[in-house]
Design a protein around this ligand. Structure first.
Ligand SMILES: Cc1cc2nc3c(=O)[nH]c(=O)nc-3n(C[C@H](O)[C@H](O)[C@H](O)COP(=O)(O)OP(=O)(O)OC[C@H]3O[C@@H](n4cnc5c(N)ncnc54)[C@H](O)[C@@H]3O)c2cc1C
Length: 386
């Protein structure tokens, strides 16, 4: 049996990005096998993320679908544009990402891609062992993005971010293509956190997405009703046509993930716990973490990413925030209004986990004190008793 240097189990966002970063490093001639059950040839999702305009060049800059300087927000006591300062909000379509990376990876004869369903991944003394479509494969390292997180552990907060969106084309010009709406809370919260998210492409075309943070998925018809209601109440569309549909569920959980599972198996992407638990944003973190893994393998031969002890405080903040949401300690629309309107200079840096502790204290000071204090003690209790 051929032994690969690396097997990438799951060639989605994280898997393809990892292979790409290998090709951009001194490890570019290593043998890599990418296994995925899908061909990844459809526009199955849209990624949005923010980035500093003066930062290092993003490898996907040339294939971005849209990039915006300003975002708009509609909360309980504020509605209007938010100045993002040095940040830009960017949108990348799944299909453009898959095509770009598959073309780039095809330039390397040492990279093989196979369409196959993975049945088993196992550590052995000889290396990471994978069975896919009943065929065995082995490698020095297996990077797994197919593992499903265990979202039923009572000691964790296990919310879901779930959403359904329509790309619509409208009769009347009703969108501002210069300003995506990151959260519009003008809908009945029903005790949850519910908002609409709009990515405008032209004055007459946009992705309009109904999003919830809670524990229970809705039926297809319920998402549709909410979308229809929002469009008729708040958008002066005239007649409209639905061109595409997007549905997704992202874990918002503080379950302890094992990124380095064993000597030869590393979990990456959502499987590796790369999703920011309090927001569901995963794309940029995955890019950062994978670049760090490749750098480390190159320098030390080992994939472990260095994570400073002090950085772990952000996990505590995420747990506290999830606790406030899960226990309905304070209306979510008011919390997000405070987060975005009173902290616009620091909120994106905070969500990137790049703030100084003093700035975090300033942000916390804008939050309702008692609900967050209670959440803090509940999180502490869960940690002590489990
Ligand atoms: C619709 C949608 C929109 C999103 N939008 C955003 C966003 O705007 N911003 C953001 O930061 N994050 C977003 N996310 C969250 C996150 O960025 C994506 O889920 C991202 O694709 C996660 O990357 P991944 O590699 O971990 O998983 P995936 O991209 O899902 O890749 C996993 C791959 O493994 C394959 N696979 C799974 N099981 C097997 C098996 N048994 N055998 C073989 N192959 C297998 C799958 O086919 C898939 O290709 C979104 C998620 C969804 C679902």
């Amino acid at each position: 049996m051929k032994k690969y240097d690396f097997i990438i189990a799951g060639g989605g966002m994280a898997g393809l990005s990892l292979a790409y970063y290998f090709t951009q490093s001194p490890l570019r001639d290593r043998s890599i096998l990418i296994l995925d059950q899908e061909l990844k040839n459809s526009n199955d999702r849209t990624w949005c993320f923010w980035e500093r305009s003066q930062g290092p060049a993003n490898p996907f800059e040339a294939i971005l679908f849209r990039s915006w300087n300003t975002v708009s927000f509609h909360g309980t006591s504020f509605a209007g544009p938010l100045d993002m300062g040095h940040y830009r909000y960017k949108m990348l379509r799944g299909i453009d990402f898959y095509n770009f990376l598959q073309n780039e990876l095809a330039k390397y004869p040492t990279i093989e891609r196979k369409q196959a369903t993975i049945n088993r991944i196992k550590d052995t003394p000889q290396g990471g062992f994978v069975i896919a479509n009943d065929e065995p494969y082995i490698a020095d390292y297996v990077f797994d993005s197919t593992f499903l997180l265990k979202l039923d552990q009572p000691e964790n907060h296990n919310l879901l971010q779930h959403f359904k969106g329509w790309v619509i084309t409208t009769e009347k010009a009703c969108f501002n293509p210069e300003q995506p709406e990151i959260m519009d809370f003008r809908i009945d919260q029903q005790g949850d956190c519910r908002f609409v998210y709009i990515l405008p492409f032209t004055q007459k075309t946009a992705l309009v997405e109904f999003t919830l943070f809670n524990e229970n998925l809705l039926t297809e018809a319920e998402y549709d009703t909410q979308l229809r209601q929002y469009i008729s109440l708040f958008l002066d569309t005239g007649a409209y046509e639905i061109n595409e549909t997007e549905y997704g569920v992202i874990p918002m959980s503080d379950v302890e993930t094992q990124e380095i599972l064993s000597e030869h198996i590393v979990r990456i992407g959502t499987s590796g716990g790369y999703t920011k638990a309090s927001t569901g944003y995963t794309f940029q973190r995955t890019q950062r973490y994978l670049q760090s893994i490749v750098r480390n393998i190159n320098q030390t031969g080992k994939p472990q990413r260095p994570v400073s002890w002090f950085k772990k405080r952000f996990k505590l903040y995420d747990s506290i925030f999830l606790n406030v949401l899960e226990k309905h300690r304070h209306p979510a629309d008011d919390i997000f209004t405070r987060v975005y309107t009173k902290n616009i200079r620091r909120v994106f840096t905070f969500l990137d986990e790049d703030t100084r502790f003093i700035d975090e204290l300033r942000l916390f000071a804008t939050m309702p004190f008692m609900p967050f204090l209670r959440a803090f003690f509940d999180v502490l209790r869960r940690k002590i008793t489990n």
